[in-house]
Design a protein around this ligand. Sequence first.
Ligand SMILES: [Zn+2]
Length: 389
Amino acid sequence: MTKKLFYQNPYLSEFSSEVRSCTEMQGQYAVVLAETLFYPEGGGQPADRGELGGFPVEDVREQNGEVVHFLPRPIPVGSPVLGKVDFPYRFSLMQQHSGEHIFSGIAYEAFGCRNVGFHMNEAFVSVDFDRPLSLEQLLDIETESNRRIFKNLEITSFWLSSAKADTVAYRFKKKISGEIRIVEILQTDRCACCGLHVSRTGEIGILKVESFQNYKGGVRVFLKIGEQALIDYREKNRELHSLAAALSVKPGEAYASVCRLLKDGECKKQERNSLENRYFRLLSDSLPKSSCLCVYEPDLEAEAVGRLACLLGEEKERICCAVLSGMPGHFLYAVASSVDARPLCRRLNERFSGKGGGKKELCRGSLSVGTYQEIEREIMLFETGTGSH
Ligand SMILES: [Zn+2]
C-alpha cells in the first residue's frame, strides 16, 4: 500500500520516493511509488496535478489501496524519483472543499438538509441537498458560513474504527465499513471525508452562493469559495463597470438603466408598428383589388411581412396576397389567402430553395434563390387553392 504523505501534511508540495512499479496502460504509464504527496481523485475532490520524474502527472487514482500516477513516459522501477505537486491548484481545492463542509454542516444544523451530492472542479463547487431551500435560507447559510470562516476555527482530521463509529456523531453520504476518516471543523461540523482540507477556516477567505436550481426534489447550490470567489468577483466587477460605462451611469444604476432602455425600446416598437399599420392601410387602398397580389417592401422584419400580408388579405376580393421583403439570396415572404395559402407556400419553397410553412390562412418563410421578378411571376401564375398552375 502506498504511504499517503498528503494526509500527514497537505501543505507540502515536493517529495522524493522510490518507483515500485511502472506498467503501460492504454498509451499511458501507471506508476506506483513507495509513498506520495499526490492526492488521488476521490470523495468529490479531483486528483492533484504536478510532475513526477520531470513528466506531467496526467491523472492519479487509488486502486486496491495503491495510489497510481498516470504519466506519458515510463520511469525506471527501483529508481528514486522527485515529485512536485501543483500547490496553488491543490490549495484552491482545499479551500473549496473546507468551505463546502462548513456550508453543508450549517445547512444541516439550521435546516436539517442533507448533502446528497458534491462536485468540485477548478472553477466551482456544487452541492446537492435533499430538500428545497429558499434564497433567504441559502443567504442565511452563506452569512453563517462566512462568520465561521472569520472566526479562523481549527480544522482537524482523525480516523475512527468501525467499532467506535456509533459513539461519535458525524455527517456521511453512505455508511462505510472499516476505518472512517472524520474531518472536524471546531464548533461547526464533523463529516466522514477522505479529502484534503486547510488547517484553519480563515484560510478559506470567503464563500459565496453563486446560483441555485431545483434538483431532484431538493436543491443544487453552486458556490464560489476562496480564490475562486475572488476571481468571480473580479470578473463580475469588470463586467458591471463595463456595462455601467457603456450606459453612462454609476455601477449601482446599471440594472435600472437597462430596464428603462428595454421599456423605451418596447414603446418605440409599438409606435413603429402603429406607423407601419397606417402605411400598410394606405398601401392596401392604393393597390388593385385583384384576386392575386404580390407586394415588395425591402426593409420589413419577419413579423411585419406577415402583418402586411394579413392586412392586404382583409380585402375580400383578394384571394391571395403575397408580401416579399429582403433581397435576392434571402427573401422573407408571407402569403395570406382566403382559400388556402399552403400550396403556394410549398411551391415557392420547392422552386426557390425556401423553407417555411403555416396555416391555411397564412404561411411564412424565406427563399434563398431567385430574383424578385421570378418569384412574383411564380406567385401571379399560381391558381390559389388548386395547388397547380
Ligand atoms: Zn469532504
